[in-house]
Design a protein around this ligand. Structure first.
Ligand code: ADP
Length: 434
């Protein structure tokens, strides 16, 4: 809120400042310097004295009147030569001085004016200039008034901008909460904003989009679940029929064909089971959570693995702590990662765990071929496999990692993959400690 408000306020103030300068320079160009105008008004009495009293003197009395004016005034009136006066003034003012006009020097609180143009006052007066100093010019006061005006405008703008940003900010916060919840899998999250709110049209579209996505996902899950479920019975019948056939067939070639078909049906069966497992995970609302000793759980997962040709090193310090977990599901996720490591490792697999007090990090790594950088997100998608020929030999469906990630997410954790120092892939699970 503060950031949006502050930025917008700064932008408005910058615009007002820029407009102030533009107005000042435009006015100076078109109608003369406004500050000089103010200074001329402040020095008007002294200018009046020269023009209406001293200049009105009969010939030869001009100097006498000037001296009288000197006596009664705080302003100093000096006579300087035209050549000297020229050195004090900028080039732009010299024309006015030559024409006999009053030329102000605002910074030095003074003005210059030629005594006369024709030398009528006294001998040589056409070559002299009155230099009036100590004039009661105070531009500071005028600038202070401008500054006060500026501050009042700023404060007057501050209140509506604060109200405006607050209204927008609350709406944006609601939308970002909905996006976070929806992204985290809570498909029922909606903004449900009042139609009077300024960002209602946007919120309404986001809600509609969420409705459609939810419908699509639900129908997709239902379809997956129903199809997998419906496949179970015919598969079971096929298994039974093939077993009967296998027992009755005398021809060894036929028996071998039937055995191969039995293998295919078993594969089909395990695919359907995996799919059903995944569908169950998707519809899982609340897991049967309990406090689990992570060290014990990791050792159980390790010992439950089928024996493999590679070396498996377990690097798990004592007192690793406990996590809130559904042990069955967490074991499944970790054993999926370990089974993959067994499939792809050349010689070495390492299962390690660390705690930083608030989060526990579990890493499963191997010295296999690893995962190319641009595939590291895609391998978590269902049915995504890297090298199909290689994987057919390893016999996976491309569901293991997707199930593992779903399971870890349901525990409030994350699962990602990176390169391992061992040379292969390193799957990293982080879980909140609890
Ligand atoms: P699968 O059941 O086919 O193993 P997964 O979802 O478990 O499916 O894995 C998806 C793909 O990710 C695999 O087909 C494989 O190409 C790749 N993969 C998974 N684990 C590893 C690993 N440890 N090393 C190299 N590639 C891996």
């Amino acid at each position: 809120m503060n950031r949006i408000f502050f930025r917008f306020f700064m932008l408005v103030m910058l615009s007002i400042t820029a407009a102030t300068f533009v107005i000042y320079f435009t006015m100076s160009r078109l109608f003369g310097d406004p500050l000089e105008d103010i200074a001329r008004r402040q020095a008007s009495a002294q200018i009046f004295l020269i023009e209406q009293y001293v200049d009105a003197a009969p010939t030869d009395e001009w100097l006498t009147r000037l001296n009288r004016a000197r006596e009664v005034s705080d302003t100093r009136y000096d006579l300087v030569t035209l050549a000297r006066a020229r050195t004090f003034l900028p080039a732009t003012s010299l024309g006015a001085l030559e024409r006999g006009e009053v030329v102000l020097d605002v910074g030095n609180k003074s003005f210059y004016r030629r005594v006369d143009l024709t030398g009528e006052r006294y001998i040589g007066s056409d070559d002299e200039v009155i230099h009036a100093r100590n004039l009661p010019i105070d531009i500071g006061l005028a600038l202070q008034m401008e500054a006060v005006r500026y501050v009042i405008v700023a404060l007057a703008l501050l209140a509506p901008i604060a109200l405006w940003s607050r209204a927008h900010w609350q709406g944006l916060q609601t939308l970002s909460r909905v996006a976070d919840e929806f992204g985290a899998g809570k498909l029922s999250a909606r903004a449900r904003m009042r139609s009077s709110r300024s960002i209602y049209p946007l919120a309404e579209r986001i809600d509609l989009m969420a409705d459609r996505i939810e419908q699509l996902l639900v129908s997709q899950k239902n379809l997956l679940h129903s199809v997998s479920h419906e496949l179970r019975t015919p598969i079971a019948r096929l298994e039974f029929a093939l077993e009967l056939l296998h027992d009755r067939a005398d021809d060894p070639a036929l028996r071998a064909r039937i055995a191969a078909m039995e293998g295919d049906v078993t594969e089909l069966n395990s695919l359907v089971n995996e799919l059903l497992g995944m569908a169950r995970l998707d519809s899982e609302q609340a897991l049967p959570m309990q406090s689990v000793d992570l060290g014990v759980l990791l050792r159980t997962v390790e010992s439950g693995l089928p024996p493999g040709a590679q070396r498996l090193a377990l690097d798990c310090p004592d007192g690793l702590g406990r996590v809130k977990a559904d042990p069955r599901l967490l074991k499944r996720a970790l054993s999926n990662l370990l089974r993959n490591a067994q499939k792809y490792a050349a010689q070495d697999i390492r299962l390690s765990a660390r705690s930083d007090g608030s989060r526990i990090t579990i890493a499963v790594e191997d010295d296999g071929p690893g995962i190319p950088e641009d595939e590291r997100e895609r391998i978590f998608e269902p049915f995504y496999r890297l090298d199909r020929s290689r994987d057919r030999a390893t016999g996976g469906f491309g569901l293991g990692l997707s199930i593992a990630r779903k399971a870890v997410l349901l525990h409030g954790g994350t699962l990602a993959v990176e390169a391992s120092p061992l040379g292969g892939a390193r799957f990293v699970v982080t879980l909140p400690q609890g």
